[in-house]
Write a protein that binds this ligand. Structure first.
Ligand code: SAH
Length: 223
């Protein structure tokens, strides 16, 4: 992946440049992200390639942006915060993302985990993610069309599960697919949402709460 991104970089177009991404990463660091693995992955993945050209100039601002179908690409700080919590300083084997959207966070995950499964319920959005990801040739990422509330039992258990859409309650199927010692990171709540980290320990599930957040809702069924 690094080689491919280097070739994109060599186009040298202002906002798409490594320097712009490095500035985004410097801001993430200032805001308290300290996991170097996550920061390095976010310095690699060209976020501008995951949004429409008309708003690509805003791709490195620390803000969520529309990606169509009433969905959004998550704010860089929140992506960093979630993936830092997901890793908890460990190296990640197989991970599951619920809510592929435009595929950005899936690409970042692919740079920090050995194997990534990402599931999206809107077929047209999954197609968009596929075409966004194609030039990056990410070999360790599988995209699946389905209802992520059920998880993806075929490839379970996972060393980490991350939800990009908010539920009132974390779907129990996802907790069942969590490997011992692994974490699930999810926005939880309806209007008032919080980032929640649930770890499967030897004594059961342990939960802690991070920031207040605003995510699109987790919806049932495929579309
Ligand atoms: N990770 C994305 C963020 C996408 S926004 C990124 O980096 O851009 C959240 C996504 O979750 C939306 O695309 C939405 O369609 C999807 N989603 C909502 N409910 C879902 C469900 N039950 N299963 C799978 N995807 C779901």
């Amino acid at each position: 992946m690094a080689g491919q991104i280097a070739s994109l970089h060599s186009r040298g177009i202002g906002m798409t440049s490594q320097r712009t991404r490095d500035r985004m990463v410097a801001r993430l660091r200032e805001k308290g992200i300290s996991d170097e693995t996550v920061l390095a992955a976010m310095a690699l993945v060209p976020r501008h390639m995951f949004v429409e050209e008309a708003i690509a100039s805003r791709a490195y601002e620390d803000t969520a942006l529309p990606i169509g179908f009433e969905q959004t690409i998550s704010q860089p700080f929140i992506v960093a915060r979630m993936l830092e919590a997901l890793r908890g300083g460990r190296s990640l084997g197989r991970v599951l993302e619920v809510g592929t959207g435009c595929g950005y966070q899936a690409a970042v995950l692919a740079a920090i985990a050995n194997e990534v499964y990402s599931i999206e319920r809107i077929a047209a959005l999954l197609e968009k993610a596929r075409s966004n990801l194609r030039p990056l040739r990410v070999a360790n990422l599988r995209l699946v069309h389905g209802d992520g509330a059920r998880g993806l039992p075929e490839a379970a258990p996972y060393d980490g599960i991350v939800l990009a859409a908010a539920a009132v309650k974390v779907p129990p199927a996802l907790l069942e697919q969590l490997a011992p010692g692994a974490c699930l990171v999810a926005p939880v709540g309806l209007v008032e949402q919080e980032l929640v980290v649930i770890e499967r320990t030897r004594d059961g599930l342990r939960e802690r709460r991070l920031d207040a957040v605003k995510f699109v809702p987790l919806r049932g069924g495929k579309q």
